[in-house]
Design a protein around this ligand. Structure first.
Ligand code: ATP
Length: 552
């Protein structure tokens, strides 16, 4: 019976009236049976739909004429070639490349365009449905996330007109297979195409260009450096940076110099405490990061090494937030004995820069041209007649004076040239001598460190030199003091205690005799920056470190 307050259904009342109560099912039992029947019907319908779906998929797969030509990477023997090796000799041939998807565009269900990128180089690929290539394959190609790695095979064609947006504009790939190797996430923190424009002059975030595309600041680029490095321009800069290092080694090694490494962990802050990073848990003591290999290069010379060089990290604890200073950079250092005059070493160093610049210009023209698209000064670095211009420091001051620059402090040997004066001098020298590389020799003794050899006839000056590219310093060097007594006196004069920890070993190195020697220290990152005319030394450094940046 129905419970209290529930209204009995008319039909049920009828059933109850016509049939004896004990023979018919109860109302509850009827309800239950009805529910079960509904449930069974639903289940059957779901099963049927499932079966139909599976059947449809199976038949679709059976119809997909390209089902083995796309998807996950299969195991096969197909060998890829590098995009940089692709040329017109491959036209009408099938090639296989491994690239990232730079971007993709679906034209219709039967046609899609992909831009493929390998180490900054881009090439257009066409996926067109036909007898073998299916619509499913076209859809698959455009469904792959931008930046994913794919292995693509295709017939090389010569597009007419050339594909202006691709760096390889004279060739195009008509895709025959495409397989996914490694998937990129859907939402990249920064797009490679956005990093392909030079950073804006302002550091303000969120700016957009005339077409509404984001202008990415240098900070955002450096925060996302792994993506930033993938641009065509940065790939070329990295190649040139590697080349400068390799050319330095080539030149040095060919000259008979020995590549050696000096310690970067020191027990004392040897070259002035302010610019040194302290490591404060060196087994219960303090240690310091080397701010130059200077003293050790000289101790190697005292140890009969005659001619040495090193490529290694240099640490500077200076809070200099400029376009050319970092707290860690790559130093290219050398030191060598000479027979008669330190100018033998100076000439050797000048020829080093001439060698690096001319070899870069002949071996890496392609990369320089790429950088030039983004930094227009890249191609115009000039060394007149392939020879360094050497001037005396005082001649440089005179050029500035003649141009109306105030040089009172430099006249009194109080300070070195300021950065602004150096840049101005660079412009004046380019205008007067038609060169971007010059050397100033015989700096004032007062602005150089204690190990610098004093000028024998003019005690205000020294046997020291700086090298400049586009008016900014890339190298400092000098003849060094090689006599222990003279060194001790020079140290005292410059306020350094020769008997203090860290210096005693150095001074003692000269007590058992040491040949006259000279050398220099160059900054790799600055050479790349100024050779290519980049705005900032960080753009010439894979993962720069400065007072604000210790990541990535
Ligand atoms: P600057 O006057 O520009 O500060 P510096 O006189 O301190 O340079 P040196 O100590 O003589 O430079 O170092 C030799 C070379 O090392 C420099 O000519 C430059 O190429 C490079 N260098 C020096 N300091 C830095 C730095 N903080 N960041 C990048 N490179 C540097």
């Amino acid at each position: 019976m129905s419970g209290e307050g529930s209204a009995p259904l008319p039909v049920r009342e009828k059933e109850t009236a016509e049939a004896p109560a004990e023979a018919g099912p109860s109302k509850n039992a009827l309800k239950k049976a009805q529910k079960e029947a509904e449930k069974a019907a639903k289940k059957a319908a779901a099963k049927k739909a499932d079966e139909e779906k599976r059947a449809a998929q199976q038949s679709q797969a059976a119809e997909d004429t390209a089902k083995d030509l796309y998807g996950p990477l299969p195991e096969d023997d197909i060998r890829e070639i590098h995009l940089k090796k692709l040329g017109e000799e491959h036209i009408d041939k099938e090639v296989t490349i491994i690239t990232r998807i730079h971007n993709s565009r679906s034209q219709s269900a039967k046609l899609a365009f992909l831009m493929l990128r390998q180490q900054g180089r881009t090439i257009q690929a066409v996926v067109a449905a036909g007898d073998v290539i299916s619509r499913q394959m076209v859809k698959y190609a455009t469904s792959i996330n931008v930046n994913s790695f794919v292995r693509v095979s295709g017939i090389v064609k010569s597009p007419n007109p050339p594909v202006a947006s691709a760096s390889i504009s004279n060739l195009e790939l008509h895709v025959t297979r495409i397989y996914l190797i490694s998937k990129a996430i859907e939402q990249l923190p920064m797009q490679v195409k956005d990093a392909e424009r030079p950073p804006p002059a302002s550091a303000e975030e969120g700016a957009v260009d005339a077409e509404g595309a984001p202008i990415v600041t240098l900070k955002t680029r450096l925060d996302n450096r792994v993506i930033d490095l993938q641009t065509e321009c940065n790939q070329a800069i990295l190649t040139i940076s590697g080349a400068v290092q390799a050319l330095f080694i080539e030149y040095m090694y060919k000259s008979g110099a020995t590549p050696l490494n000096t310690p970067k962990l020191l027990g004392t802050a040897t070259e002035g405490g302010s610019g040194v990073f302290e490591v404060n848990n060196y087994f219960g003591k303090s240690a310091f990061l080397a701010q130059s290999p200077q003293l050790y290069k000289q101790m190697l010379i005292a140890g009969d090494c005659e001619s040495v060089f090193e490529v290694g990290p240099v640490f500077r604890a200076e809070n200099s937030n400029t376009h050319r200073h970092m707290t860690e950079f790559t130093g290219l250092d050398f030191e060598q004995v000479f027979s008669k005059h330190y100018h033998e070493v100076l000439t050797f160093a000048e020829n080093l820069i001439v060698f690096i610049v001319t070899e870069l210009q002949s071996r890496h023209k392609e990369e320089i041209d790429v950088v030039k698209k983004f930094f227009p000064r890249a191609g115009d670095f000039r060394i007149k007649d392939g020879k360094a211009l050497r001037l005396r420091y005082l001649e440089g001051i005179q050029i500035l004076k003649d141009a109306g620059v105030d040089t009172t402090e430099q006249d009194n040997f109080v300070t070195d040239l300021t950065t602004a004066q150096e840049k101005k001098l660079g412009q004046l020298i380019r205008a007067k001598y038609d060169t971007d590389f010059y050397v100033l020799d015989e700096f004032p003794y007062s602005v150089r460190p204690f190990y610098t050899k004093r000028h024998p006839t003019n005690p205000d000056l020294s046997y020291s030199y700086d090298f400049f590219m586009r008016g900014e310093e890339i190298m400092s060097g000098a003849q060094r003091v090689n006599d222990a007594d003279e060194l001790e006196a020079a140290m005292r004069e410059k306020g350094v205690d020769p008997n203090s920890d860290g210096f005693a070993d150095y001074v003692n190195a000269f007590r058992q005799g040491c040949r006259p020697h000279a050398g220099g220290g160059l900054g790799l990152n600055r050479i790349v920056q100024f050779f290519l005319g980049l705005d900032n030394v960080r753009q010439a450094t894979p993962f720069p470190r400065d007072p604000q940046r210790l990541r990535p």
